[in-house]
Structure formats: structure tokens, C-alpha cells
Ligand binder design. Structure first.
Ligand code: ADE
Length: 269
């Protein structure tokens, strides 16, 4: 996969992409990601990338010409892009499912938007996916572009060493993940649940399954609508929701509900 990020802050983007899992994947040639300076595609002395909005109002809007030129130059160099993504609070939400679809593409272009806006003709004629990373407004599209690239490239085969860790992402099936513990077994008076130290794999899996469902119900009940549940999870969910009557044997070792969330709920937040 190649990914080209069009930005007015190429050094910021490059600095993040040089580190960690993505940095290693780039060094090993599994993905080729480049930051492109939008100002390199301007044609005036001041390297102007934005202008005042028609109709008035605060802020500046990214001009269409440099963005079109940048994408056309990338297409001439690499071949037509498979997708041109614009990061914008007006976009569709970035989900695991969207990241998964994008991870199968050969040539990705990501345009970092600006919070004031991007000329609408860019969205209409150049962009294939307008994507938001959440219902809040950031000052620029660079961090969202990096979030998107991280979520997408870790799904490209070979990028994450342990394929099982990617395939087993709870989000791959629409659930939150279970709690994790490492040594020491007792830390400041809090003990790791006994079942995790038992070496009993079936019981451990059962505890984790229950914890994933409990957490998702507690923190993100909206996800339950679309989660892809196994038959075991479906049964466990029925039990948790009191539909099957028999409390699970592992209940005693189940993780405590998140105190903060619980308090918030009690306050009616
Ligand atoms: N640009 C500014 N805020 C954003 C957001 N929440 N998602 C994507 N791009 C953005």
C-alpha cells in the first residue's frame, strides 16, 4: 500500500509516521507513506493555500487549485489513487469497518482539512471519502489523518507482528475489549482476578467473554445493536441481561463496573 498525506504541516506528519509500528512498517517496505507539502503545489510567490470564504465569515478556506494539483501530481507519479480521503468534522465516522475497507486499497491519498473548511468543489470532485474521527472539532486535519492512517495500516498484513492480535481485536466484531493485567499479581492492594492465574484456558476465555460484554453494555450500549456475537456470547449476554436466570459461575471473579462511569450514571449524566 502507498499513502500520500497532503498537509501544510509535513514535518509534523513525518515525525509521527517515523515512530513505532508504522515507522517500522515503512522501514521494512510493507507500506510506503509520504507527507506532501501542500505549498509545493501552489503557483504564487507567497505559496498561498487558503483564502477568505465567499459570503463572509471568520477563518480561511483551503483553495481548490493546490489540492487538485497535488492529487494530480501524486496520480501521475503512482497511478490513479484508489481513494482520496478528506479529514473533516463533516465526514462519516471513522469506524473499524471503514478502516478495514481502506486497508485493502493499493493507493491511498489523505488530504488534511482545516477546521474552517475546504472549498466544497474539493469534496465534490476530488474526494471519495470525507471522514471524521469524532464529534469534536480539532484545529486541523493532521491528527485525524494520522489516526486514520494508524487504524488503516495496522490492518495491512505484516504490519502488526502478531496477526492474531489484529484478527482478535474485539472491535473487529464490534465489542469493547476485556481488561488486561500483567505482573505483579498484587499491586497496591489490588489483586489480579484468580481465574487469570489459574491456567484454565476455558475459564479464562469465559471470564474475558463476559467482561467484554459487560463493558460494552456498560460503556457503549449502542454497539450492541450491530455487534457480531458468537453463540456463546449471545448466551452470556442473555444471562447478563437476566433473560436466562442462571448466574454464571465466573461472576464472582468478574471485573468491577467502572466506578467513574457508575458514578456519572448515578448523577444522571
Ligand atoms: N478536522 C477537525 N476536526 C476533525 C474531526 N473531528 N475529524 C476529522 N477531521 C477534523
Amino acid at each position: 500500500m502507498t499513502a500520500d498525506v497532503i498537509t501544510i504541516f509535513p514535518r509534523l506528519v513525518e515525525a509521527v509516521l517515523a515512530e513505532g509500528v508504522l515507522g517500522r512498517a515503512r522501514a521494512r517496505g510493507i507500506v510506503e507513506i509520504r507527507a506532501r507539502d501542500l505549498r509545493d503545489y501552489t503557483d504564487d510567490r507567497h505559496r498561498t493555500v487558503d483564502d477568505m470564504p465567499y459570503g463572509g465569515g471568520p477563518g480561511m478556506v483551503l483553495k481548490p487549485e493546490p489540492l487538485f494539483r497535488a492529487v494530480e501530481a501524486i496520480a501521475a507519479e503512482r497511478g490513479a489513487p484508489s481513494a482520496v480521503v478528506l479529514t473533516s468534522p463533516q465526514g462519516v465516522p471513522l469506524t473499524h469497518a471503514l478502516a478495514e475497507r481502506l486497508s485493502h486499497l493499493d493507493r491511498l491519498v489523505v488530504i488534511c482539512g482545516r477546521y474552517e473548511g475546504v472549498d466544497e468543489r474539493v469534496s465534490q470532485q476530488l474526494v471519495t471519502h470525507e471522514v471524521s474521527i469524532g464529534d469534536y472539532v480539532l484545529t486541523g486535519g493532521e491528527l485525524p489523518a494520522l489516526v486514520l492512517l494508524d487504524a488503516v495500516t495496522r490492518l495491512v498484513p505484516g504490519v502488526v507482528g502478531d496477526a492474531e492480535s489484529v484478527a482478535g481485536d474485539s472491535f473487529a466484531r464490534g465489542l469493547l475489549d476485556h481488561p488486561q493485567y500483567t505482573r505483579p499479581a498484587v499491586f497496591r492492594g489490588t489483586t489480579v482476578p484468580d481465574v487469570l492465574l489459574s491456567g484454565h484456558h476455558a475459564e479464562i476465555e469465559r471470564w474475558r467473554r463476559q467482561a467484554r460484554l459487560q463493558r460494552t453494555l456498560e460503556r457503549r450500549p449502542d454497539l450492541m445493536e450491530t455487534a457480531l456475537l458468537t453463540a456463546d456470547e449471545r448466551r452470556e449476554l442473555d444471562r447478563l441481561q437476566g433473560k436466562a436466570g442462571t448466574p454464571p459461575a465466573a461472576e464472582a471473579g468478574a471485573p468491577p463496573a467502572n466506578r467513574l462511569l457508575k458514578e456519572r450514571r448515578d448523577e444522571g449524566d
